[in-house]
Ligand binder design. Structure first.
Ligand code: HEM
Length: 377
């Protein structure tokens, strides 16, 4: 069931399923998710009260995971929320091992993964039944939207498809967003002037309150910071396509069925598209307009990320909420290196302080120094 994944489908079936899933990401629906994002971020802030050092990437992963489970399934009970988060996390971790050793025998990763998949199946199936039974409720989670969705022929998603899609939405969404949040905070720590301007913008518009949907469009620098982070360190740094007809691409004749690999990372650093491409300059987005194929952190075309507006909102809401209350400081001399999925390979250890505006850029080691031109201290 879990392998019934939207991104593995091709052609008409893929288009039809995208149409069915789309309502879960309509503007009205997205507005509802904002409150959940704020509430869960505040819970994290409470947990940090007695902490002075954190691995930011780990914390962001836990947060985006909880946001995903809550908005996908509408689970408000803490115990259930943790239970599902842990099951899905174990499932996603074991999937690569399944591909490596595809043998279903007690003790193998394959066997263990199937047991977790069964537990998740039972859990999501019971949620689907509960939600169908309360069809007149005001529930706003993604699962309810998917249950209610039907296309122009009246076709609805089967239970098996519902389970597969909720799982792929979870997998596609939470780690990418966690990595983007981690890099945004890291880049801000290393660019104190931008951070001061951002805090001024937040204070002037939010006055210490959490962000709301009405206020988000009034925070242009925050928007620029998110866009610039996704340009410099895009969580999906490469993509693939297969040609479905012979074509010419950049002067090369390609036969039908050719595999194409493209790179958001490289496109985003072309000097003909971006001045000072290795610099973090969020203010460039105040005037810069780029086509969907020149700026494509969420990819472009028919396979473009279905959750892009959800992700943009989550990035802005979480950053605005965290930064108003806490100051982060990179531990000096830490080795910082993104892998291909833009996860910091050695984590992102940070010191945590109540927001006191005492920002200081620090020296770090590792490949990040070749990827970003930091201001000279
Ligand atoms: C910063 C965060 C995110 C980034 C950078 C990102 C990036 C991407 C990219 C590049 C693709 C396209 C892959 C391709 O071209 O084949 C994609 C697809 C997808 N994303 Fe995202 N994504 C993010 C967040 C999310 C979130 C929050 C969700 C769900 C709530 C989500 C759900 C999906 C799904 C379901 C697909 C497959 C769409 C399809 O095959 O039609 N993503 N994402």
């Amino acid at each position: 069931m879990f392998f019934n994944n939207l991104s593995l489908m091709t052609g008409e079936k893929h288009k039809q399923h995208r149409r069915l899933i789309q309502p879960a990401f309509h503007k009205q629906q997205i507005i509802q998710y904002c409150n959940d994002m704020v509430t869960l971020t505040h819970q994290l802030l409470d947990d940090w009260q007695d902490r002075s050092v954190i691995d930011l990437n780990l914390e962001m992963k836990n947060l985006t995971q909880r946001i995903a489970v809550k908005t996908l399934f509408g689970i408000y009970n803490e115990i259930e929320l943790n239970h599902v988060s842990i099951l899905i996390e174990r499932m996603t971790k074991s999937l690569p091992l399944v591909a490596l050793v595809p043998i279903n025998f007690p003790g193998t990763p394959y066997y263990r993964t199937l047991r977790i998949a069964e537990q998740l199946d039972v859990f999501i199936q019971s949620l689907i039944e509960q939600k169908r039974a309360q069809s007149d409720s005001n529930a706003t989670d993604i699962l309810v939207s998917l249950i209610d969705a039907y296309d122009e022929d009246g076709a609805k998603l089967s239970d098996e498809e519902l389970i597969g899609h909720t799982f792929s939405l979870f997998v596609a969404g939470h780690e990418t967003t966690a990595n983007a949040l981690t890099w945004a905070i890291f880049l801000l720590c290393q660019h104190p002037k931008v951070l001061v301007d951002l805090l001024d913008e937040l204070a002037g518009t939010l006055h210490g309150n959490p962000p709301t949907i009405e206020k988000l469009p009034k925070l242009p620098l925050l928007e620029g910071i998110v866009k610039e982070t996704l340009r410099l360190l895009p969580p999906a740094s490469i993509g693939t396509r297969i040609t479905n007809a012979p074509c010419n691409l950049g002067g090369f004749d390609l036969p039908n069925g050719s595999n194409i690999i493209f790179s958001q990372f490289i496109t985003h650093r072309l000097p003909e598209l971006y001045d000072n491409p290795d610099h973090f300059q969020p203010e460039r987005w105040a005037t810069l307009k780029r086509s969907p194929y020149e700026y494509l952190p969420f990819s472009a075309g028919p396979h473009m990320c279905i959750g892009w507006s959800f992700a943009m909102q989550e990035l802005k809401v979480v950053l605005a909420t965290l930064l108003q209350q806490y100051r982060f400081s990179v531990i000096p001399n830490t080795k910082i290196e993104p892998n291909l999925l833009m996860r910091p390979k050695y984590g992102m250890p940070m010191q945590l302080f109540r927001q006191d505006y005492r920002f200081q850029q620090v020296s770090v080691r590792g490949s990040i120094n070749q990827l970003v031109d930091f201001p000279v201290n």
